[in-house]
Design a protein around this ligand. Structure first.
Ligand code: SAM
Length: 215
């Protein structure tokens, strides 16, 4: 049985720079970003504060800041080299951006966020937390941090329903994500889009969705 997953060294500068160069956004990933941006625009005030979990090289952040010119943005990541790249990419938006170095699993990162939060976003990051227990912890943190009516948008890798392959523990079924979001108190959880679906011969960079949960 094939295994679907990836090994990362997010505290290694060379690995991180190479990762950022390899994963310049594809048209499908830009579609994911725009799904997230449309949802923020539909659920939050134009001047809301957006928090991104695992900002990485800030490809999503750059597009959000361009398309939603009145939001402020806070990028969280535990990787110093990723935060350096993110700061370089977002230099022209510096007055609207802050960065917070924190481990989403080991820390109560929500206590470091200063503004009321209208939207929490993330792409290709929460599967790296290691599995359902840690993802549930972060979903609960998000539920506690969001203002009433605020929105969580998680664009991440999942395990497809009909697979015969083995997936790393951080990648699980869409239905399980939706159950977990409801378990931590989100009232309205749904999957907005499924991108690069590949059942028979998947790579680690296929099968990702946009999950939306309203607090
Ligand atoms: C695969 S990269 C995705 C980066 C970016 N979101 C994107 O889509 O291009 C995952 C990111 O999550 C961060 N990350 C992984 N585990 C983390 C944790 N426990 N706490 C904070 N950040 C974490 C990594 O440092 C990395 O920047």
């Amino acid at each position: 049985m094939a295994f679907v997953g990836a090994q990362h060294e997010f505290h290694n500068t060379r690995f991180v720079r190479d990762w950022a160069d390899r994963f310049v956004p594809s048209p499908e990933r830009i579609q994911l970003f725009d799904t997230i941006i449309d949802s923020i625009a539909n659920h939050a005030q134009a001047s809301t504060h957006v928090v991104e979990l695992g900002i990485g090289p800030a490809y999503l952040a750059e597009r959000v800041l361009e398309k939603l010119p009145n939001v402020t943005y806070e990028g969280i990541d535990f990787s110093e080299p990723m935060l350096e790249i993110a700061a370089e990419r977002l230099a022209s938006y510096a007055s609207r951006v802050t960065f917070t170095q924190a481990d989403l699993v080991a820390e109560e990162w929500g206590a470091k966020v200063t503004h009321p939060v209208g939207a929490i976003v993330s792409t290709w990051a929460l599967h790296d937390l290691g599995g359902e227990v840690n993802t549930t912890k972060v979903y609960r943190d998000c539920r506690n941090l969001l203002m009433p009516g605020g929105v969580l948008l998680n664009g991440d890798f999942v395990k497809p329903d009909d697979t015969s392959h083995d997936y790393e523990p951080g990648r699980f079924l869409v239905s399980r994500h939706l159950d977990m979001l409801q378990e931590v108190g989100f009232e309205d959880a749904q999957c907005l889009i499924y991108l690069e679906k590949e059942i028979d011969n998947p790579t680690a960079a296929q099968n990702y969705v946009c999950l939306q949960a309203v607090g």
